[in-house]
Ligand binder design. Structure first.
Ligand code: LLP
Length: 414
């Protein structure tokens, strides 16, 4: 837990959330530098002497201050668009430890990635491989690639975030992988660097990771027989966190299982996102109104599905903590809902809380896939982002303005 009560006031590290809410307004995302650092260090410690790369999945939280922090700690990066790559570049962190994943890379993205001399393209189709070869040839360079294979393993997670099954759009089916490597071997501007896979996100069991790693290791043995030498296995991301109800394996347990399954001669790369930032952030919001209907109590807050879409999209559970505790108040079952005009606009349902109008509340575990998935639906400006370190808070993104939201639009004479 990144937050604790001190005299009935919730603090993140040593900073009071009420003081942040008053100073910066709500809704606002707040992250803990200490927790991000701890999570990253757990990965580093777990690998010990084993040759490895921790390529943080930028999609989880792409704020450039966080990218810079992780770069300083020794992270590489997993990007899935040129936008994410430019963020890594802006943080001064683009390097040979950057991998470019994603099922739909565009020619201009491939060109830019080659110009920045990234470490590896994780290739998801034969046509993409040919395009990379062609562009690298035009630029007079060689592209390092890994084929992202689809191992057909059930990650036992929400269907929207499961990627390693035959029916998913991701990767090259395992039975076709050898053929793709044989093609890659013949391409003049392609250098084979590794094998990649990623089976899904928010996994709460080790077994699917091990099953995928075993299948990848089997492929590497096959490639070895054909004199195709692989140096690196990129096993993707996906380790889950607890949102209050799950019991995922610890980082150490996960890394140890991977190290045991993959041959010691191979370098292991991983692409964790959620398990580095997920439990290191929260969304701070204020109750606007308490509303009672014959069916329910609602706390209507100033954050919504536009700032945290996970409950609406995946029925995700996020813990809720009141910023100030009032021991004399009675609790009641409440749904926490936003101002957006959709019934799906809820942040939490059926929570036993003692809330009143104007209270601040923290929606926990909102460090991953929260700010990055924010939309401006209902013309809601994206909130500010802050990072706290010990007793200091730092603004790392200003709140959008309504002017900026409409700045690119034009009234035309039809
Ligand atoms: N590598 C690849 C190729 C990925 O597709 C992903 C996540 C990751 C790494 C990082 O996975 P992580 O360690 O964060 O689980 N919006 C959803 C999650 C989508 C994950 C997409 N891919 C959510 O809010 O739960």
């Amino acid at each position: 837990m990144i937050c604790e009560y001190l005299n009935n006031e919730l603090h993140i590290e040593n900073v009071s959330l009420a003081s942040i809410a008053r100073e910066y307004g709500t809704p606002v995302y707040v992250y803990s530098k200490g927790k991000i650092t701890d999570n990253f260090s757990s990965y580093q410690r777990a690998f010990g002497d084993r040759d490895h790369a921790i390529c943080y999945a930028v999609k989880a939280n792409s704020n450039i201050a966080i990218l810079k922090l992780l770069h300083d700690l020794g992270a590489g990066f997993d990007v899935v668009s040129i936008g994410e790559l430019e963020r890594v570049h802006a943080a001064g962190a683009a390097s040979s430890e950057t991998v470019f994943a994603g099922v739909g890379k565009m020619a201009r993205e491939i060109e830019r990635a080659l110009a920045l001399n990234i470490g590896c393209f994780n290739v998801e189709s034969v046509d993409e491989l040919s395009l990379i070869d062609q562009i690298a040839g035009k630029l007079g360079s060689r592209a390092r690639i890994a084929v992202r294979v689809n191992p057909d393993v059930d990650p036992k997670t929400h269907p929207y975030i499961s990627t390693g099954l035959n029916e998913n759009k991701f990767g090259i089916p395992m039975p076709n992988a050898l053929e793709v490597y044989l093609k890659a071997q013949k391409m003049a501007h392609i250098e084979i660097a590794g094998v990649a896979c990623h089976i899904g996100s928010q996994l709460t069991e080790i077994a699917p990771f091990v099953a995928a790693a075993e299948r990848v290791q089997g492929l590497i043995n096959q490639l070895d027989e054909r004199e195709i030498k692989i140096n690196q296995v990129d096993i993707g991301g996906g380790l889950g966190i607890s949102y209050g109800q799950e019991n995922p394996p610890a980082i150490e347990e996960y890394v140890t299982a991977l190290c045991k399954t993959i041959d010691p001669s191979l370098r292991i790369a991983i692409e964790p996102g959620r398990s580095i930032v997920g439990d290191a952030g929260l969304l701070l919001t204020q109750v606007l109104y308490m509303k009672q209907t014959p069916a329910k109590h609602f706390a209507i807050v100033d954050a919504s599905m536009s700032e945290l879409i996970r409950p609406a999209l995946y029925q995700a559970h996020h813990p809720v903590m009141p910023v100030s505790l009032y021991p004399s108040r009675e609790t009641q079952l409440v749904d926490i809902v936003g101002p957006v005009c959709e019934t799906a606009d809820f942040l939490a349902k059926g929570r036993e809380l003692a809330l009143g109008a104007d209270d601040f509340i923290a929606i926990m575990d909102a460090g991953a896939y929260s700010a990055v998935m924010a939309s401006s639906y209902n013309t809601r400006p994206k909130p500010a982002e802050l990072i706290v370190s010990a007793d200091q808070s730092y603004l790392i993104r200003e709140r959008d303005s309504i002017e900026s939201l409409i700045a690119n639009e034009r009234i035309v004479d039809f």
